[in-house]
Design a protein around this ligand. Structure first.
Ligand code: 1HE
Length: 273
């Protein structure tokens, strides 16, 4: 992962500056959160999962999109296996629920989030990536779910989110056989939406983040909060929820101004990218 292509990024201040396992920077409406434990391949400890939650609960005013990336040679090596002590059943459930809370805050938070992937995206690292709304994968990326080899099961929402990206059959294969997907296989299977050259991930994510940040906040809210829920609903309920959400979105002053702008020739047209 290359350094930010945008010189405007400045370290976040206040509470976010105190999160020592993250490096958080802001440029205008875009927040960049780097997992910052490269010596441990950004393995997710209890402290790191708590800091991720704190970060996404306390997004600075004015932030409209976020990027998550990993420092060093890998995006994330998953659960910090060094902390995997003897837990009783209740403690195990609560540990997993802590991950759910943090990743729910990413998926169902205030702003859309893009993950920039490189190197290992394994176990809980893939669970984190799948909680983000869009994934950009550099050529070095590989995806694995080694839980089976470690005597574990996914606990960070992977059983819910990963099959929604790639299907139950592919995830079953990965978990039972230890199959690792390279970047092209990952993009083809739906684990990432964009495959880019090594070092090009951040610039691509930044361009996408700026586009997202320029959308109507209510439209982004609908995509983030309504779309996945509608996908889980039966057709009749889904169609009704869609109608409610559409009516809410189109009734905002922002939507009305955007429509006027188009009708008066002041807005951009849809063009091939
Ligand atoms: C770690 C972890 C970790 C590295 N927990 N310490 N995840 C896994 O099963 C993946 C385990 N990790 C690996 O397979 C490899 O480390 C990598 C392919 C990611 C990177 O390899 P490499 O050669 O670059 O690094 P390394 O030499 O293996 O590791 C460097 C250090 O990071 C080393 O510590 P050191 O003190 O000896 O220097 C490693 O021990 C440490 N390290 N990965 C703790 N994961 C909510 S449930 C989710 C369930 C899961 O995520 S299961 C999958 C766990």
């Amino acid at each position: 992962m290359s350094q930010p292509a945008d010189a405007d990024f400045r370290p976040a201040s206040g509470l976010l500056a105190q999160l020592d396992l993250l490096r958080i920077e802001v440029a205008g409406p875009v927040l960049h959160v780097r997992l910052n434990r490269p010596a441990k391949r950004n393995a997710i400890s209890d402290t790191l999962i708590t800091q991720l939650h704190t970060c996404f609960v306390n997004l600075p005013e004015g932030v409209r999109a976020a990027i998550v990336s990993g420092e060093g040679d890998h995006f994330c090596a998953g659960l910090d296996l060094g902390e995997l002590v003897e837990r009783d059943v209740a403690e195990g459930v609560l540990h997993s629920r802590m991950w759910h809370t943090a990743f729910d805050q990413i998926q169902f938070g205030k702003v859309p989030v893009i993950a920039v992937l490189h190197g290992a995206v394994v176990g809980g690292g893939l669970e984190l990536a799948s909680a983000c709304h869009i994934r950009v994968a550099e050529a070095s990326t590989y995806f694995g779910l080694p839980e089976g080899q470690r005597g574990l099961f996914v606990g960070g929402g992977g059983s819910v989110r990963v099959p929604r990206l790639m299907g139950v059959a592919r995830m079953t294969d990965m978990m039972l056989t230890g199959r690792v997907y390279d970047v092209n296989e990952g993009v083809q299977a739906g684990l990432a939406q964009y495959g880019v050259a090594d070092g090009a991930g951040f610039a691509k994510a930044l361009a996408l983040a700026k586009r997202m940040a320029s959308n109507s906040p209510m439209s982004n809210f609908a995509v983030m909060h309504a779309l996945p829920r509608i996908a889980d609903q039966a057709q009749s309920e889904g169609l009704f929820t869609e109608s409610l959400m559409a009516a809410v979105a189109e009734s905002t002053p922002d939507a009305k101004e955007r429509l006027r702008a188009f009708l008066e020739g002041r807005a951009g047209k849809v063009v091939k990218s």
